[in-house]
Design a protein. Structure first.
Length: 210
């Protein structure tokens, strides 16, 4: 987190700014606030710790500690930097690079799961009983086709999207806030089908834009 905040600047630590810290940094911020008698900031830190409301921190832990948002840029620009032009600038969460036919998909960083020493991410699942209406929308159907193509190719690339999700919607469908895409990190993964679901699976290896 760097140096502790100075007395009088506690109001600068908004809930969204606190959420961008790791849980360890939130605890340190809380200790500093308590020592400097800033009860309002202590309360905001307590709320963040209680809810586990640490976007960057959760993503780092789920991906084996290597995921860290650096310079965040708009989703469209992040895809263009990888040579992909989205079919639907507003709705698409993936595309095919014309130069080599590779599939590039955006992944919500907080939804990455750690399992068996690697990482996985649910790319697509059917809309059973209204559980995933996004899957039946144009962007969801596009993701389904991208998953099948990625399986045929054997590999795909992933871009990490950071923001604040809603409990009532998939982040691909609607989010409380989208902060941007990590401009410096690109995942390399394969797509596996488990039943009717498609998952991105990878280890801790990264491809960096440099």
């Amino acid at each position: 987190m760097g140096t502790p905040f100075k007395h009088g600047s506690a109001e600068e630590w908004t809930p969204s700014r606190i959420a961008d810290l790791s849980l360890q940094d939130i605890r340190q911020l809380r200790d500093n606030a308590e020592r400097l008698n800033e009860p309002a900031l202590v309360g905001r830190c307590d709320e963040a710790l209680k809810d586990g409301r640490s976007h960057a921190g959760r993503a780092r832990r789920k991906s084996g500690g290597a995921t860290k948002a650096r310079r965040l840029i708009a989703r469209i620009k992040a895809f263009e930097a990888r040579g992909v032009f989205l079919q639907d600038a507003r709705g698409s969460w993936g595309g095919v690079r014309k130069s080599d036919g590779a599939v590039v998909m955006a992944l919500w960083a907080d939804a990455i799961e750690s399992v068996d020493g690697g990482c996985r991410y649910l790319l697509w699942a059917p809309n059973v009983g209204g559980s995933r209406p996004w899957s039946d929308k144009a962007a969801g159907k596009e993701r389904f086709e991208h998953c099948k193509r990625a399986m045929e190719l054997g590999r795909a690339e992933g871009l990490l999207v950071y923001g604040q999700a809603l409990t009532t919607h998939l982040p691909e469908d609607r989010a409380h806030a989208v902060h941007g895409v990590d401009a410096e990190t690109v995942l390399s993964f394969h797509v596996a089908q488990h039943g009717d679901e498609f998952w991105a699976e990878w280890g801790n290896k990264r491809i960096s834009n440099g």
